[in-house]
Design a protein around this ligand. Structure first.
Ligand SMILES: [Zn+2]
Length: 674
C-alpha cells in the first residue's frame, strides 16, 4: 500500500552473479556477516560494479529495466517494419518514432507549444486563470498504489475507490504545483538543500531565456517565490502518507467556503468535473493555501509561472537546448547522473507512459512464457499459505482479529504477469511527426479514461503497473496485487537454480506485497477495502508498539553525517520487508516438504536464503539521488532493506551471529510483527 506499492527496486542486475544454477555471490570474507552482512554478501559486487554515467544508481532492478527497454525497442522496430501490425502496435511505433525524430523537433522549435503559451498570455482575470488551471488537471498522481505524490499542476487527480464506500470510485485531489520534488527542497535549511535551491532559480531563468522570454531573471525569482508559498501550504511527506489524515470528504460547495480564491465553478467545469458533488481531499491545508494564492498573488506572476511550467512540462519533447537544460537541473543536480540517458531509452520510457498496456501486450507474448506464469502463481499460493499459518501461530493476536486477517487474506486478488484485460487505446490519436502533441493527447486520454470510471462499478482486475515494469505493487483499497512479468525473471526468479534462491529474492518480494495488506496502513483497510480499522484496540496497541521499535531501528541508520533515515516515513515498507522475509522463509521451508535443503558451495540452505535476500538489494547510488530518496521516498535505501535480517532468529543461527557484533540485536530487541 502506500508507498507500498512500489517496492522501489532500485536496481539492477546481477546477471553476472548467477552464472550457473545455484551460484552464490563471491562473499567478502574480510568482514563478518554479523558486523556487515550487506558487505559480506555484496562486497565483491560493490567493488567491481560502476554506476553507468547515465544512471543515478545501479542494481539488479536497474539492469533488468535496461533489458526490458532493449526488448521493447526490438519489438517497436519489428512493428515499424510489419505491414500487418495491429492498430495499437502502429501507435507505439508512431509515438516512438516521432520522439526519435530530432531533426523534425529542432525544425518545429517552440511552435507546437505556441497555442498554450498564447492562451496563458491572453489571461485577463482570475476567472480565466481558474478555467485554465482546471483545464490542466490530469490523472497524474496515485497516493496509495504507486505512491506517486508529485504533480507539476496545482492539484493532481487520482480516481480510486472511495475510502468510505469502496464499491464506488471517488475523485481524490492531491497537492501540487512545485517544480522541485517536495516542499523540503524549498523550506529545509541544510547546506545540501540550499545548494540545490541555489541552482534552481538560475535553471528557471535559463529555460525562459531559451524560449526568448525577456526579463528572465526577475521572472524566475518571482516564480520561485510563488512556488515557495505553495510549498509552505503543502503537507509534509510524512503527513501525506498518513491515510487517516487524507480521508477528507468535501462536497462541491465546501470548496467555496473552505478554500476561497480559485473560482471553483470555472475550475471544475474546465476539468470535466461539473456535476461531481463528492471529492476526497488528500491534503486540505494545501488546497486551501494554494487556492488562496490564486487570489492573492498578482495575475502577472501566475502567467509567468504557468509559462515556465508549460515549457518545463514538455521540455523533453522540445529542441535539444531545452532537453539539455532540463537535464542539467533534474538529472545532474537532483540525481547526480553526469550523463543523460540515450535518446532511444528516453523514448522507450515515454512510450511506456503513453501506451504502456499496448507495449505490455507485445512484451508478454514474447517474453513471459505460460510456464513461468504458472510457476509464479504457485509460489504466490505457497506464500499465502505460509502467511495464513503465521496468523494462526501469532500468540499476541485476539481470535477475532485473526479471523478478520484471514478474511482479508482470502479476498486478495493477485495478478501475475499481466492483466486479464487491456486498456483500449482506440480513442487516442497518435500522429507521426507530432511528438509533443502525442504526449499531451496521451495525458488527456489517461485523464478521460480515469474520469470515465466515476459512477461505474469498481473493477478489481485493473492493474496499476505495466507488465514490462520491474517492480511489484499492492493496491490496498482494492485488496489486490500486481506482479509484473518483467520482475518475474532472473536474477529474481530463475527456473535454473535452487529454489531457495528464488524464495530469498522473489519470494520475499511477493511476501512484501502481501504483507502490505497487513502493515500499519493495511491494518486500516478491512477486507472490503473500507478505511476501517479491523483490529481490537489491544491488538492494534501491540502492533503500534512493535512498529515503534522498527521506527527506532531505522532512525539510527545514517547515510550521511547530516541526514538519517526517517523511521516513520519508511515504516510501512520496513514492516512489509520484515513480514515478507519471514513469510518467504516459512514458505520455502514448507516447499521442502520435510527434506533437508541441499548445501551449495559450503553454504547451508538457510545461509543461501539470507544471502539471496541481501544480494537482491545490492545497489550503488549517487549521493544526490540517495539524499532525494531519504527525503521523499517511503522506501529505505536498499542497503538498509538488506538489514531486515537482523530481526529474524534464523539469520543469527545461520551465520552464528553473536552479541558484540555490530548488527547483533538481543532477542527482545528484534521486531516481530507477523
Ligand atoms: Zn512496498
Amino acid at each position: 500500500m502506500k508507498r507500498v506499492a512500489s517496492f522501489l527496486f532500485a536496481a539492477l542486475v546481477a546477471a553476472v552473479v548467477y552464472p550457473a544454477a545455484g551460484d552464490l555471490p563471491a562473499v567478502d570474507s574480510s568482514v563478518r556477516p554479523g558486523d556487515a552482512f550487506y558487505q559480506y554478501v555484496n562486497g565483491a559486487w560493490l567493488k567491481s560494479t560502476e554506476i553507468p554515467a547515465d544512471r543515478a544508481s545501479i542494481s539488479d532492478g536497474v539492469t533488468l529495466s535496461e533489458l526490458a527497454g532493449q526488448r521493447t525497442r526490438d519489438l517497436i522496430e519489428e512493428t515499424a517494419r510489419d505491414q500487418n501490425a495491429t492498430a495499437d502496435a502502429r501507435k507505439i511505433a508512431d509515438f516512438f518514432n516521432a520522439f526519435m525524430d530530432e531533426a523534425a523537433i529542432e525544425k518545429l522549435g517552440l511552435a507546437p507549444l505556441e497555442p498554450q503559451l498564447r492562451e496563458i498570455a491572453a489571461l485577463k482575470d482570475r476567472k480565466a486563470l481558474s478555467r485554465l488551471l482546471g483545464g490542466q488537471l490530469r490523472a497524474d498522481v496515485d497516493a496509495l498504489n504507486n505512491t506517486q505524490f508529485y504533480t507539476d499542476k496545482i492539484f493532481g487527480l487520482w480516481v480510486a475507490q472511495d475510502f468510505d464506500a469502496p464499491g464506488s470510485y471517488a475523485p481524490y485531489l492531491l497537492q501540487g504545483g512545485l517544480g522541485m520534488p517536495d516542499r523540503d527542497y524549498y523550506l529545509d535549511d541544510s547546506a545540501a538543500t540550499a545548494a540545490i535551491r541555489a541552482k534552481y532559480t538560475p535553471h528557471l531563468a535559463k529555460m525562459l531565456s531559451l524560449a526568448n522570454i525577456k526579463d528572465a531573471d526577475a521572472k524566475a525569482a518571482r516564480i520561485f517565490e510563488l512556488e515557495k508559498r505553495m510549498a509552505m501550504a503543502h503537507a509534509s511527506r510524512v503527513d501525506s502518507v498518513d491515510v487517516q489524515k487524507a480521508n477528507n470528504h468535501w462536497s462541491r460547495k465546501d470548496f467555496d467556503s473552505k478554500a476561497p480564491g480559485l473560482d471553483w465553478q470555472e475550475y471544475f467545469a474546465a476539468a470535466g468535473l461539473t456535476g461531481q458533488d463528492h471529492f476526497i481531499i488528500w491534503q486540505p491545508g494545501a488546497v486551501t493555501g494554494i487556492s488562496a494564492l490564486v487570489a492573492s498573488e498578482p495575475l502577472e506572476t501566475w502567467k509567468e509561472y504557468l509559462t515556465l511550467r508549460a515549457i518545463e512540462h514538455v521540455a523533453g519533447y522540445l529542441p535539444k537546448a531545452f532537453v539539455d537544460e532540463r537535464f542539467e537541473f533534474y538529472g545532474k543536480t537532483l540525481s547526480g547522473a553526469p550523463k543523460q540517458r540515450d535518446r532511444w531509452k528516453r523514448g522507450i520510457s515515454v512510450t511506456n507512459v503513453a501506451l504502456g498496456d499496448a507495449v505490455g501486450k507485445l512484451y508478454v507474448a514474447r517474453y513471459f512464457p505460460p510456464a513461468e506464469k504458472a510457476r509464479a502463481e504457485a509460489m504466490v499460493r505457497n506464500l499465502i499459505a505460509a502467511f495464513s499459518l503465521r496468523i494462526d501461530r501469532l500468540e499476541w493476536m485476539a481470535p477475532e482479529t485473526k479471523a478478520r486477517a484471514k478474511a482479508k487474506l482470502a479476498v486478495l486478488k493477485i495478478g501475475v504477469g499481466y492483466p486479464d484485460s487491456w486498456i483500449d487505446y482506440s480513442s487516442l490519436e497518435i500522429r507521426s511527426g507530432d511528438a509533443l502533441g502525442n504526449a499531451l493527447r496521451a495525458e488527456k486520454f489517461e485523464t478521460r479514461r480515469n474520469l470515465a470510471k466515476l459512477g461505474k462499478p469498481v473493477d478489481r482486475s485493473e492493474w496499476v503497473m505495466t507488465p514490462q515494469t520491474v517492480n511489484a505493487v499492492n493496491l490496498p483499497v482494492m485488496n489486490a496485487m500486481n506482479f509484473p512479468a518483467a520482475i518475474l525473471q532472473p536474477p529474481y526468479f530463475d527456473p535454473k537454480r535452487p529454489v531457495v534462491m528464488d524464495y530469498g529474492s522473489m519470494g520475499a518480494v511477493i511476501g512484501h506485497e502481501i504483507s502490505h495488506s497487513f502493515d500499519d496502513q493495511g491494518a486500516l483497510f478491512d477486507s472490503s477495502g473500507k478505511l476501517n480499522n479491523w483490529w481490537t484496540p489491544q491488538d492494534f496497541a501491540h502492533f503500534k508498539e512493535a512498529s515503534q521499535k522498527l521506527v527506532k531501528q531505522y532512525d539510527l541508520y545514517k547515510p550521511f553525517p547530516d541526514l538519517a533515515l526517517n523511521g516513520q516515513l519508511v515504516l510501512s515498507e520496513n514492516i512489509a520487508d520484515l513480514a515478507g522475509l519471514a513469510v518467504s522463509y516459512d514458505a520455502w521451508k514448507l516447499s521442502l516438504g520435510g527434506k533437508p535443503a541441499p548445501v551449495v558451495g559450503g553454504f547451508s540452505g538457510d545461509q543461501q536464503f539470507f544471502m539471496s535476500f541481501a544480494q537482491s538489494w545490492r545497489q550503488k547510488v549517487r549521493d544526490p539521488a540517495l539524499r532525494q530518496q531519504v527525503m521523499t521516498d517511503g522506501h529505505s535505501p536498499d542497503q538498509y532493506r538488506a538489514l531486515t535480517v537482523r530481526n529474524l532468529d534464523a539469520w543469527y543461527q545461520a551465520f552464528g551471529v553473536k552479541a558484540g557484533e555490530q548488527l547483533y540485536l538481543a532477542p527482545e530487541q528484534r521486531v516481530r510483527i507477523w
